[in-house]
Write a protein that binds this ligand. Structure first.
Ligand SMILES: Nc1nc2c(ncn2[C@@H]2O[C@H](COP(=O)(O)OP(=O)(O)OP(=O)(O)O)[C@@H](O)[C@H]2O)c(=O)[nH]1
Ligand SMILES: [Mg+2]
Length: 709
C-alpha cells in the first residue's frame, strides 16, 4: 500500500443528477489507474461503489461510497454520491469533506433539475468545481447545448477545457485546450494517443484556447501582465491561473468524458493532480464557535467524522477526514463533542465494500475505524490538550412526514430501537412525537427515502413499519360574538357541586380594542401552546362569583379549547368575558366552576359561528419549464393559490399557498408528473378558513368517530 503526504492527496466528490454516470466514472478512474483489473458495470451489479444489495436491486446508488484511485504519484479520494434528491442526506457530508466537486452532466440530458438541486447545495459549500460532460458517446449527446445550459445555469465561470471532435456512437477524439493536443482513443478507451490538432479544428481550438488563456490570466495580476505583453501563457502559467480561478470559484473547467467507454478519465485525473487543490491548500475550516482551524500537515491531529455505517458483523464503522496533523493506528484522541477518549484501534482506507488497513494517514486524507465508544457523524476528535470542535453538518429538514408504528404492536420498542440505529447512519431520518395529535411521526426527504427506510427496517432489523398520513393540525375559532350560561349542579348525597357561569365570547385579533359595556375587573392574556391567543376577562360585579373561582373557570375554558367542539382540534384567538354567575355557600368549589366554565364556553362557541382553520403551506415547486403546465393544473386541483412563477435556469419555480391537507404524498405525484425531475419545498405559512363543505364533512367525520365532546 503506497503512502502519500498531505500535498499528494486530493479529495473529490462525484456529484450530479441521477444516472449522470458518477458510479461508472468512479469505476473507470480505478480501472484506468490499475487499482482494479476488470471494469464493473452498474447493470452487472459488480462495480466497486454500488456494492449494497439495495443498490443492486435498484440499479443506482443509494449511499455515498468512498473509494480511492492513484494517478501518477497522487492519491485521489473519490466520494461517489447518489444523484436522487431524496438521498441528499448522503450527498451533504460528501460536500463537507471533499476539496473539489466534480459535477457530472449527461451530454444527452444537459443540465437537469437534479443538477440544479445539487448545485444549490454546492453553492453553500464554496468548493472549487470541475464540470464533466459525460456520455459523449450517447446517440443524443449534445456537448454545445450542454455547455450553453451550464453557462446559463451556473454562470460565466463555466470554462471549456476540452471539446469533442465528434459525438455519439463515433465519439473517440477530444481536443484539449490547455495542452493544445488532440486525444485519440481506441474503441475500448483507456490511454489515448496524443496527436497534433488537425487543421480542420485549428481555428475553433485557437479561439477556445484564447478564451481559456484569458480566463486563467484574469485571476492573477502577474499572469495578466504576462498575457498583455506576450498575448499568450504557457501551460504552467495557465495551471496557476486556473487553480486560482477554481479556488475563487470564478472558473469551473469543463472536461469531456465517456465513462462507459473509458474515455477521458485519465486526463481528468491528471488535471485533478496538477491543478485541483489538496486539503491543506484549502481555506481554514470553520469551527462551531465561529473560529477557524488551520489545515496544517504538522498541526495537532484533528479528525472530522462524516459518515457512520452500521454493518451486522463489523458493527459501527466511522469514516472521517484528517483535518489537521497525522493520524497513527493506536492513537488516543478526545471526542470534543462527547468528551470521551477514543482509541483508533484499527485504521483503514475504504474502497467501496473493502477496507484496507493502514498504519497512518496524513492531513487531508480520508479513512475509517471501527467500534468507537461514543462517536457519531459530524463529531470532532483531536489530540489531547487541544480544544477544537468543527461546526456540525447542516442536514436538510424533512420534506415528508408520516405517522409510524410497528405492524405488530408487540414490536413497537424494537422498531424504536432500530430507528435510533438507522438515524446514526442517516441523520435525515427524523423522529418526532406530536403531542397535539398523539402521533409518533417520522420525517424523511420523500417517498423514495421512506421506502428505502422500510426496506432497511424489514431486512436488517426484522421489524415492519407501517406509515400513515398524519392528522392535519386543524384549528378552531369563532366568527361572531355569542353568550351562554351554564349551571352545574350535583347535589345528590355526598359532597355537592354547584356553579353557574355566564360568559360572552368574541373573536380576538391583534390590536382589538378592550371590550365595552362591561366592568373589566381583571384581564389575563394567554399565548396558547398550539398557537393563537386566549384573552380572559373577569367582569363580575357584586361578587356573584368569588375571585378564587376565576382560575377554575379559566382552566375549564382552556381545557375545552385544547379539544375544540367542532373536530377536537385546538381552538384559538378568542376572548372571554365572564360577567355573571351564581355560587352556593357550601357546594361551590373549583371543580364545579371548572365544569360550568367549560360547558358555558362550549355552548357559546357553538353559537358563535365556529370556524375550522386549516394550515396553509408555502410551496416552492421547481420543475423543468416544459412540464410546468401539468404540474400547475395538479396544484390548482389541490386548492392552491398561485403566488407567482420565476424562471431559474432551465426550470420554473412555482410559488403557491396550498392547504397541508392537499399535500399528502405530494412528492409522489410530483415525481410521476415530472418523471422524477421535479422537486418542492414546503413550509408552514398561516391558518386559513376551511371551505364550508369541507368543514361540514370534517365535523361529521369527527362525530362519526364517536368522540364525546
Ligand atoms: N452511453 C453512456 N452511458 C453511460 C455513461 N456513463 C454511465 N452511463 C450509463 O448511465 C447509467 C447510469 O450510470 P451510473 O453510473 O449508475 O449513474 P450515477 O450518476 O451513478 O447514478 P445515481 O447513482 O443514480 O446517481 C448506467 O446505465 C450507465 O451504464 C457514458 O459515458 N455513456
Ligand atoms: Mg451512482
Amino acid at each position: 500500500m503506497n503512502t502519500f503526504d498531505a500535498k499528494h492527496i486530493k479529495n473529490i466528490a462525484l456529484l450530479g443528477s441521477h444516472g449522470s454516470g458518477k458510479t461508472t466514472l468512479a469505476e473507470t478512474m480505478l480501472f484506468e489507474a490499475g487499482l482494479i483489473t476488470r471494469r464493473g458495470r452498474v447493470e452487472d451489479k459488480n462495480t466497486v461503489s454500488d456494492h449494497h444489495e439495495l443498490e443492486h436491486e435498484r440499479g443506482s446508488s443509494v449511499y455515498s461510497h468512498v473509494l480511492h484511485t492513484e494517478w501518477r504519484n497522487y492519491k485521489i479520494n473519490i466520494i461517489d454520491t447518489p444523484g436522487l434528491d431524496d438521498l441528499v442526506g448522503e450527498t451533504i457530508p460528501a460536500l463537507r469533506v471533499a476539496d473539489t466537486c466534480v459535477l457530472l452532466l449527461g451530454a444527452h440530458h444537459g443540465v437537469e433539475v437534479g443538477s440544479e438541486l445539487i448545485w444549490e447545495h454546492m453553492q453553500r459549500y464554496d468548493r472549487p468545481v470541475i464540470i464533466g460532460v459525460n456520455a459523449l458517446d450517447h446517440p443524443n449527446a449534445d456537448f454545445e447545448s450542454t455547455v450553453a445550459q451550464a453557462k446559463e445555469t451556473f454562470g460565466n465561470a463555466v470554462s471549456v477545457m476540452q471539446y469533442p471532435v465528434e459525438q455519439g456512437e463515433g465519439f473517440h477524439r477530444i481536443i484539449d485546450l490547455l495542452k493544445m493536443k488532440m486525444y485519440v482513443f481506441k474503441d475500448d478507451g483507456g490511454k489515448p494517443e496524443k496527436q497534433p490538432i488537425p487543421d480542420s479544428e485549428k481555428e475553433r481550438a485557437e479561439t477556445l484556447h484564447k478564451e481559456l488563456v484569458e480566463k486563467a490570466a484574469e485571476n492573477d495580476e502577474a499572469l495578466m501582465e504576462k498575457y498583455f505583453e506576450s498575448g499568450e501563457l504557457n501551460e504552467d502559467d495557465m495551471r496557476i491561473g486556473l487553480r486560482k480561478g477554481m479556488m475563487a470559484r470564478s472558473c469551473f473547467p469543463v472536461f469531456c468524458l465517456s465513462a462507459l467507454r473509458n474515455m477521458g478519465s485519465g486526463r481528468l485525473m491528471g488535471f485533478i493532480d496538477n491543478v485541483a487543490p489538496c486539503s491543506i491548500e484549502m481555506p481554514p475550516a470553520r469551527l462551531a464557535d465561529g473560529g477557524t482551524l488551520e489545515r496544517k500537515a504538522d498541526g495537532p491531529t484533528v479528525l472530522f467524522t462524516f459518515k457512520t455505517i452500521i454493518e451486522p458483523r463489523a458493527g459501527h464503522i466511522t469514516l472521517f477526514k484528517v483535518m489537521s496533523g497525522e493520524l497513527k493506528e493506536g492513537q488516543d484522541l478526545v471526542n470534543d463533542n462527547t468528551g470521551t477518549t477514543e482509541r483508533i484501534n484499527q485504521l483503514f482506507i475504504v474502497d467501496g465494500r473493502e477496507r484496507k488497513s493502514v498504519k497512518q494517514l496524513a492531513a487531508g486524507d480520508i479513512g475509517g475505524t471501527i467500534k468507537l465508544k461514543d462517536t457519531a457523524t459530524a463529531h470532532t476528535l483531536h489530540s489531547p490538550g487541544v480544544s477544537v470542535k468543527l461546526r456540525p453538518i447542516d442536514f436538510p429538514a424533512p420534506r415528508l412526514w408520516q405517522t409510524l408504528k410497528a405492524s405488530d404492536q408487540k414490536l413497537e420498542e424494537k422498531l424504536h430501537a432500530a430507528l435510533l440505529e438507522v438515524q446514526k447512519e442517516d441523520p435525515t431520518i427524523v423522529l418526532k412525537y406530536d403531542r397535539e395529535t398523539s402521533e409518533q411521526l417520522i420525517g424523511a426527504q420523500g417517498e423514495l427515502h421512506l421506502n428505502l427506510l422500510k426496506w432497511k427496517l424489514e431486512h436488517h432489523y426484522k421489524v415492519e413499519p407501517v406509515f400513515g398520513s398524519p392528522r392535519i393540525p386543524y384549528r378552531e375559532t369563532i366568527r361572531k360574538p355569542a353568550e351562554a350560561s351554564y349551571r352545574h349542579k350535583k347535589q345528590t348525597g355526598g359532597a355537592g357541586q354547584f356553579a353557574e357561569v355566564h360568559l360572552k365570547i368574541e373573536p380576538w385579533y391583534e390590536g382589538i380594542p378592550e371590550p365595552e359595556g362591561m366592568p373589566l375587573r381583571g384581564k389575563e392574556e394567554h399565548d396558547l401552546v398550539t398557537g393563537g391567543k386566549l384573552v380572559f376577562y373577569n367582569c363580575i360585579v357584586g361578587g356573584v362569583i368569588d375571585n378564587k373561582f376565576m382560575p377554575s373557570i379559566l382552566k375549564g375554558i382552556m381545557e375545552k379549547m385544547e379539544r375544540g367542539p367542532l373536530t377536537g382540534s385546538p381552538a384559538r384567538d378568542i376572548r372571554v368575558m365572564v360577567y355573571d354567575g351564581k355560587m352556593h355557600p357550601v357546594d361551590s368549589n373549583d371543580i364545579s366552576f371548572k365544569i360550568a366554565g367549560m360547558m358555558a364556553f362550549k355552548e357559546a362557541f357553538e353559537n358563535a359561528d365556529p370556524q375550522l382553520m386549516e394550515p396553509i403551506h408555502e410551496l416552492e415547486v421547481r420543475v423543468p419549464t416544459e412540464l410546468m403546465g401539468d404540474v400547475m393544473t395538479d396544484l390548482q386541483g389541490r386548492r392552491s393559490m398561485v403566488m407567482g412563477m420565476v424562471s431559474d435556469g432551465r426550470s420554473q419555480v412555482i410559488k403557491t399557498y396550498t392547504p397541508l391537507s392537499e399535500l399528502d404524498r405530494y412528492s409522489t405525484t410530483l415525481r410521476s408528473l415530472t418523471q422524477g425531475r421535479g422537486t418542492f419545498t414546503a413550509r408552514f405559512h398561516t391558518y386559513q378558513q376551511v371551505p364550508s363543505e369541507l368543514q361540514h364533512r370534517l365535523v361529521m367525520e369527527h362525530k362519526e368517530e364517536g368522540v364525546t365532546i
